[in-house]
Write a protein that binds this ligand. Sequence first.
Ligand code: PBG
Length: 327
Amino acid sequence: MAFPARRLRRLRRTPALRRLVAEAQVRVDDLVAPLFVREDISAPVPVPSLPGVVQHTRESLRKEVRELAGLGIPAVILFGIPARKDASGAEAWNPDGIVQVALRDLRDEVGDSLVLMADLCLDEYTDHGHCGIVRADGSVDNDATIELYARAGVAQATAGADVVAPSGMMDGQVAAIRAGLDGAGFAETAILAYAAKYASALYGPFRDAVDVTIRGGGDRKGYQQDWHNQREALAEIALDLDEGADMVMVKPALAYLDVIAAARQRFDAPVAAYHVSGEYAMVKAAAERGWIDGDAVALEHVTAIKRAGADVILTYYARELAERALS
Ligand code: PBG
């Protein structure tokens, strides 16, 4: 009788054995919690398509961030919902714009015990919902836009951001923001570049959370990446690193594990992955119907992102995961 010499099941026999030989494990230290803060509201507003996620008031944001720090989460990333939107998104660089005000609150609240990141884009602030200046023909003007990104970056750094995270996918945005920061005396402010950000259909719930509708039923395919392509993502990442990015991001995560793995192999900088709103909402929705075990799927998904090579994971599950024993 020919028994196999190598028996892989031996090391799967008990939970302790499995723990001992586990290759990839998500740590609370890997997690970044995305948070929304909205101007002119007096109580937190739940986001129906993101169960458990709210638009925060300044006060409720302070409390949430204090609790996240207490749970050991090392970083948060802020998104703002301004009271006024206009064609150029001026609230993005207003020193008293909602994200800038919130950054000052949080720095005061938690000091250096937590990394404060700010999403750097214009779509939450423009009345047309695009990530930049829209020309008469409807296209987005790359070079006019990146000047505004530089201003927003300086406003965020001035307000206390440790890391600014440009997500608009304009060419040259990292170089423009780096130059703006250095010129204003913020050489130590880091840039997390949304380097390989795809024009994904998985951002729907996020757009509910930030009250963004792209005017005229438009989309972002003229600036975000085409999801048919992997090599192009590596070109995006290489350019962003050349321009001075300190960390790079792949977004979304689960449908792009190949991109995360390739980025991890090719580059030495920290690779972040954004487990986006649609990825979270799908699990929550199926779990609500009793069709899957939501907690189990969440951990399996986030661990897959880590196993593919992500060093940093942005996820709406950050708090829930930190509250559980991760294994
Ligand atoms: C743009 C931005 C988006 C997300 C993060 N930054 C939306 C978009 O590109 O349309 C999506 C995040 C998510 O879906 O969770 N400011």
